[in-house]
Design a protein around this ligand. Structure first.
Ligand code: BEZ
Ligand code: FE
Length: 304
């Protein structure tokens, strides 16, 4: 038999392949990329050894990955949705924000963040004229871990409508409805007017929906408002504030609820609303965000 003993990258058995693959990748220039892909290969190989995937199961897994890619279009991101329902996004967010400071925990960005939302002045409404819903007046403050005001932070907000749809999912809503960009004032405050958002099911028309069904999981998120806060000298905070009285608060399909992120959506049955056109029931929400010193980053919008 030919002597092949000098060919040390030939793989003859399942035990030797991990080292061979790691060696093949060993010249990666980017040290962080190398660390990430090495760990991915080691953990994935260990997973395959433990689970003993059959060939058809492996093919099915690859088909699933292909299907989440194919279901991703300009206004829907099935890949992000998949990461969300498997808890990947929340785990990464918490690992990156749950330190010993008193900073506000992050919550996943989700698949519905859009860039270029309309710029508004402090106190403006993000509700397009004629859009229905119970009026909601939001007053927030951004401070640092020492409790000092963070002024001139850029704050992106977005939320679902009172029927639980984002504008990009709903032909009844005008473009960019219930989305807006604000700046904090000299005392760290920003305020806006909106309507109470409803909880909603995540999109279930694609492969992720089938996965949830096979796991007997409901697809709902509790009512919430998204915030991205970007300020010079601070780590960007991507988070959400949840309505304290919302259904599914204890069983969010994407695991985003954190006790520190539950806000009091106070109902006012009567009394003087902060706007002349409001009579009857309205809500207020006050929330303080604490951001940590660091370098800002700019999240990539998952949809256009
Ligand atoms: C959202 O909050 O917008 C969201 C997050 C994860 C999956 C679907 C929607
Ligand atoms: Fe959302």
């Amino acid at each position: 038999m030919t002597d092949l003993s000098h060919l040390d990258s030939i793989v003859d058995d399942p035990d030797s392949i991990t080292e061979v693959v790691l060696k093949a990748m060993s010249e990666t220039d980017d040290a962080r990329l190398k660390q990430i892909v090495d760990a991915l290969v080691r953990h994935a190989h260990a997973f395959f050894r433990e689970i003993r995937l059959t060939d058809p199961e492996f093919e099915k897994g690859l088909e699933f990955v292909k299907a989440i890619g194919q279901a991703t279009v300009d206004d829907h991101n099935e890949v992000v949705l998949c990461a969300d329902v498997l808890g990947f996004s929340t785990l990464i967010t918490l690992l990156n924000t749950a330190d010993r400071t008193n900073r506000t925990p992050g919550a996943l960005l989700g698949p519905f963040y859009r860039g270029n939302s309309p710029e508004y002045a402090d106190g403006d409404s993000i509700v397009a004229a004629g859009s229905p819903g119970a009026p909601l007046f939001v007053r927030c403050r951004v401070v640092n871990t020492a409790g000092e005001a963070v002024k001139n932070a850029v704050v992106d907000v977005w939320q679902a409508s009172p029927v639980g749809l984002y504008e990009n999912q709903d032909p009844e809503q005008p473009d960019m409805n219930l989305r807006g960009r604000f700046h904090t004032d000299a005392d760290g405050f920003f305020r806006f007017r909106s309507v109470r958002p409803a909880g909603y099911p995540v999109p279930t028309h694609g492969p992720v929906g089938k996965l949830l069904e096979s796991q007997h999981r409901h697809p709902y998120r509790p009512a919430h408002i998204h915030f991205v806060i970007i300020a010079d000298g601070y780590e960007t905070l991507v988070s959400q504030v949840f309505a304290d009285d919302s259904e599914h608060l204890g069983s969010d399909v994407v695991f985003g609820v954190n006790r520190a992120l539950v806000g009091k959506f106070l109902a006012h049955e009567d009394g003087k609303a902060p706007a002349l056109d409001v009579s009857g029931l309205y809500y207020t929400l006050e929330y303080e965000f604490v951001v940590a010193e660091g370098t800002p980053t700019y999240p990539t919008p998952p949809i256009k």
